[in-house]
Design a protein around this ligand. Structure first.
Ligand code: BES
Ligand code: MN
Ligand code: ZN
Length: 510
């Protein structure tokens, strides 16, 4: 299942400087630090002045995630000290610490040091809440540790690779260590859930298709005691989910609609707090409107939204949120063949609205419109969808921010707040009636593309036409869901972007 062989444990302990157990002690240093801060002077003395010499030599500027590995000659208080830059003191945030912890974990992996002590926060004199700090550090370490290695030979030397990395956040005060520990517990659940999404998302199209994704969902449901219902193509036909069926019609791997439920309220309480919908095109070739071949391999990540739903539901279950939450994953493979849907087709979607297909590569909205209409029928308090929906969103925002669209300003604000907490930035974009106007067809209720102008907004407006009056938000993760740029704090490939954001949003509802 979606589990990696490597385990990362993050806890906090009362431990006072300059002692430190483990193979490596990790500390943080701000940018342009000329003089060692008071909090590190006793450590420096114990460690044969390696820290003050580092600063004196001017080899270290303290830029965020810059590292210096130091070896105290007397091996005190431990063999290695890893200094990590924290950037400007005034711009320090939870995200700085999250990333620094990721950098520490990735360095520990490279150095094969299975036990590290983390004292990044010793130089912080500010208002950062210690529980939130513990959460961020655990998140960063566990996210940072993950690499996609499923298809590489296992490391041969039994003693050298580290399977279990133990990270201990140390603080001289027992009360502080307790608070940090509480945060570590939450952060561990959130980051492992994010990794669940990445583990499935990184798998290629020859392994993950709609039926196999559904099997993954069923296993996950069993593991975390979620209810699970899978609709296969026959049932989708009976239900008239013709959008999902049309997109899936070109592939021998038939489409599925996957439903997961967490019943956190009392058994007789059927109200639904949120339906979380995720696009899962297990491979997007474009279909008959086929894509150019350059970079087409990245279209295995067109299932990111659906994979995120798996991670989110795992987190919701483990956190035992006192809410009723449904995860909905429409899944299809978009391939060209003699059975594919075609440009010119008119599809009567689940909602009853007809859609003229002008481009089979605008398939995400065709599976989502059925799932969203189905979600709206449940009359939930909110619907949130995540989708790698448009290249236009990537052009607009690049890979740092996801696009946020909503028909409800309160919901939009809640998500923006959650995004600030999770450190997964979103940028609000419009999707009002003027954009929907561009999606009207002459021969059907809607068409599935308009011009190039405002492509992310028109796509969002199309989706918004299927949720009736339910508060709804759409997160276009096309730019953020995967990356080719390795960072010191995380690997290339699937990012699991928005898993923690949505869990933060749900957690704030309770
Ligand atoms: N999955 C793609 C969007 C995408 C593009 C995701 C780049 C990640 C990176 C989506 O199905 C798609 O093909 N969209 C088309 C829509 C167009 C035909 C209106 C696009 O953006 O080009
Ligand atoms: Mn497409
Ligand atoms: Zn797509």
């Amino acid at each position: 299942m979606a589990r990696s062989a490597k385990k990362t444990t993050v806890t906090a302990k009362k431990f006072s400087f300059p002692q430190a157990r483990g193979d490596m002690l990790v500390i943080g240093i701000y940018k342009d630090t000329k003089k060692l801060p008071q909090s590190l002077t006793s450590l420096d003395k114990t460690a044969d002045l390696v820290l003050s010499s580092l600063l004196k030599m001017g080899d270290f500027s303290g830029n965020a995630n810059e590292t210096a590995l130091l070896y105290p000659p007397s091996q005190k208080p431990c063999k290695r000290i890893l200094a990590i830059g924290l950037g400007e003191r005034k711009s320090l945030s939870l995200n700085t610490l999250r990333q620094a912890a990721g950098t520490a974990a990735r360095n520990a992996q490279k150095l094969k040091t299975p036990n590290i002590a983390l004292a990044l926060h010793t130089v912080i004199d500010s208002k950062i809440d210690l529980t939130e700090l513990g959460q961020a550090v655990a998140e960063g370490a566990i996210i940072g540790r993950y690499n996609f290695e499923d298809y590489l030979p296992p490391q041969k030397d039994k003693n050298s690779p580290i399977n279990n990395l133990r990270i201990t956040v140390i603080d001289p005060l027992a009360s502080a260590a307790r608070k940090i520990s509480a945060g570590c517990r939450i952060g561990t659940i959130l980051a492992n859930s994010q990794n669940i999404s990445r583990i499935v998302d990184n798998k290629p199209g020859n392994e993950i298709n709609p039926p196999s994704l559904a099997r993954h969902a069923r296993l996950l449901a069993r593991q975390y005691s979620l209810q699970c219902k899978i609709y296969d193509d026959k049932q989708l036909t009976t239900m008239k989910m013709n959008g999902i069926l049309a997109v899936g019609s070109g592939s021998a791997n038939k489409p599925r609609l996957i439903m997961l439920k967490h019943q956190g309220r009392r058994a007789n309480n059927k109200s639904i707090d949120a339906v979380i919908v995720g696009k899962a095109i297990t491979f997007d070739s474009g279909g008959i409107s086929i894509k150019p071949s350059a970079n087409m391999e990245a279209m295995k990540f067109d299932k990111s939204g659906g994979c995120n739903v798996l991670g989110i539901m795992a987190a919701v279950a483990q956190l035992k949120l006192p809410l009723n939450v449904i995860g909905l994953i429409p899944s299809a493979e978009n391939l060209p063949s003699h059975t594919s849907y075609r440009p010119g087709d008119i599809i009567r979607t689940y909602s009853g609205k007809t859609v003229e297909i002008q481009n089979t590569d605008a398939e995400g909205r065709m599976i989502l419109c059925d799932a969203l209409a189905y979600a709206a029928k449940m009359k939930p308090a909110a619907i949130i969808d995540m989708a790698t929906l448009t290249g236009a969103c990537v052009v607009a925002l690049g890979e740092h921010h996801a696009g946020l669209f909503s028909n409800n300003s309160a919901l939009q604000k809640q998500l923006e707040k959650a995004s600030q907490r999770s450190g997964e930035p979103v940028w609000a974009l419009p999707s009002g009636d003027e954009y929907l106007e561009q999606m009207k067809s002459k021969i059907a209720d809607l068409k599935n593309i308009s011009g190039r102008e405002g492509g992310a907004c028109t796509a969002a407006a199309f989706l918004g036409a299927f949720v009736e009056d339910v508060p709804w938000a759409h997160i276009d993760i096309a730019g953020t869901s995967d990356t080719e740029k390795e960072k010191s704090f995380r690997a290339v490939g699937a990012t699991g972007f928005a898993v923690r954001l949505i869990v933060e949003y749900l957690n704030a509802l309770k």
